[in-house]
Ligand binder design. Structure first.
Ligand SMILES: *[C@@H]1O[C@H](CO)[C@@H](O)[C@H](O)[C@H]1NC(C)=O
Ligand SMILES: *[C@@H]1O[C@H](CO)[C@@H](O)[C@H](O)[C@H]1NC(C)=O
Ligand SMILES: *[C@@H]1O[C@H](CO)[C@@H](O)[C@H](O)[C@H]1NC(C)=O
Length: 254
């Protein structure tokens, strides 16, 4: 009886030791999945964002974000359109914009606040972006959480679904978007120059929302990692408890 308890303790201790070792190995490269809040680095590493990166550079918005991420207490959120998203635009869409409009377009993809998927569930619409019109009116987005880590983003011109976070850790969240977010203020039916401020809140839950069947992109590696890490931490905690119990049992036996 005693010896079987002893053997069990030894096994438990050995298990715990293994777990600790595994944890140490897993935690060594831990900063990698989240990494620094470096937008360029994140997009560069993810690939498929060359057009957006080029625009971040040419409009100087990239530098602005880098500075703001460091100084803002609210953090930031960036919707990064893929190269495919830009390719799916009508040819010349970006080039037909003035320099100022290109800046507005890029700023429209930036929110002056950090939002995790969970935060989107309680967001109040319209959500302000960094883009503003000539009179300082803020361009808004309508963001609706539609399920577990699935969020619809509407501009009034297009609706797209978020399901892949390239980074989701304060102060910077970066989400993949499969469509360029075309602001109503620049691409809506009304001429941008004459559009009154009243049109600035996009009617997102419109019936026009095409029932286009879209294949959601697979859940991103970073999101999966986050979950895996969480599960792992939980398991380690469990093993620590087991180890302590094992130690006490062993101590009692001697
Ligand atoms: C961010 O990442 C880019 C590309 O990987 C790199 O060139 C740059 O030095 C990084 N900046 C910082 C502040 O780490
Ligand atoms: C932001 O802060 C980090 C460290 O806190 C620093 O390495 C980086 O150079 C800063 N970047 C800017 C643009 O100020
Ligand atoms: C979310 O957006 C997709 C298009 O990306 C659309 O098909 C779907 O109906 C939208 N769902 C809701 C609840 O708005």
């Amino acid at each position: 009886m005693c010896s079987s308890i002893l053997r069990l303790s030894v096994v438990l201790l050995a298990l715990a030791a293994c777990q600790w070792q595994a944890q140490a190995q897993a935690q060594a490269p831990a900063p990698a999945p989240t990494g620094p809040a470096n937008l360029t680095g994140i997009l560069d590493k993810a690939g498929q964002y060359t057009t957006f990166m080029r625009l971040l550079g040419s409009t100087e918005v990239g530098n602005q974000i880098a500075n703001q991420v460091n100084t803002s207490t609210e953090g930031m959120t960036v919707f990064a359109p893929t190269d495919n998203a830009f390719q799916n635009l009508k040819p010349g869409t970006i080039n037909s914009l003035t320099t100022q409009e290109q800046v507005q377009l890029v700023l429209y993809h930036v929110l002056p606040k950090f939002y995790s998927f969970d935060n989107f569930e309680t967001v109040s619409n319209p959500v302000r972006t960094q883009a503003t019109g000539n009179d300082g009116e803020v361009f808004g987005l309508t963001i609706v959480s539609i399920g577990n880590r699935q969020v619809n983003v509407s501009t009034g011109v297009i609706t797209t679904q978020l399901n892949n976070a390239l980074r989701e850790k304060s102060p910077l969240a970066v989400y993949q978007v499969d469509k360029v977010l075309l602001p109503n203020e620049l691409f809506g039916a009304k001429s941008p120059k004459t559009a009154p401020a009243s049109s600035s809140s996009p009617k997102s839950t419109d019936s026009k929302a095409h029932a286009k069947a879209e294949t959601p992109a697979p859940v991103g590696a970073s999101a999966a990692d986050t979950e895996a890490n969480g599960a792992f931490a939980f398991k380690s905690l469990g093993m620590t408890v087991v180890a302590v119990v094992g130690l006490i049992t062993t101590a009692l036996l001697f």
